[in-house]
Design a binder for this molecule. Structure first.
Ligand code: V3L
Length: 85
């Protein structure tokens, strides 16, 4: 999608773009001014916290990644674990 802004989560030395559905859920919650957003990713529930800008697995908070909202065309590793090129 070429929406101006997209959502990204941190990998090893780089950022992954969220899949389109999850990115839209994040954008909608963010624009509604919510403090957090619950996400279902590959069968696991995660919380995206907009004040700390982390996603955490809901039943294991040690599984924590930075997230960011950024222009869709910034450098990225790929989308949701699917590498570019
Ligand atoms: N969207 C898709 N998969 C995710 C997401 C997400 N928002 N969050 C976690 N996973 P954890 P490198 C990532 C996957 O945080 O080499 C990447 O997408 C996560 O996948 O401990 O480190 C890559 O596929 C991981 O496989 O709950 O940059 C992979 O890591 C698994 O859920 C390697 O990326 C556990 O993550």
């Amino acid at each position: 999608s070429h929406e101006e802004y997209q959502w990204f989560y941190e990998g090893r030395n780089g950022w992954w773009q969220y899949d389109q559905r999850t990115s839209l859920e994040l954008e909608t919650a963010y624009k509604q001014g919510k403090r957090s957003c619950e996400l279902l990713i590959a069968g696991f529930l995660y919380i995206a916290d907009f004040s700390s800008m982390f996603q955490l697995r809901r039943n294991d908070h040690s599984r924590r990644r930075r997230i960011k909202r950024d222009l869709y065309n910034v450098p990225k590793k790929g989308v949701a674990g699917l590498r570019l090129n």
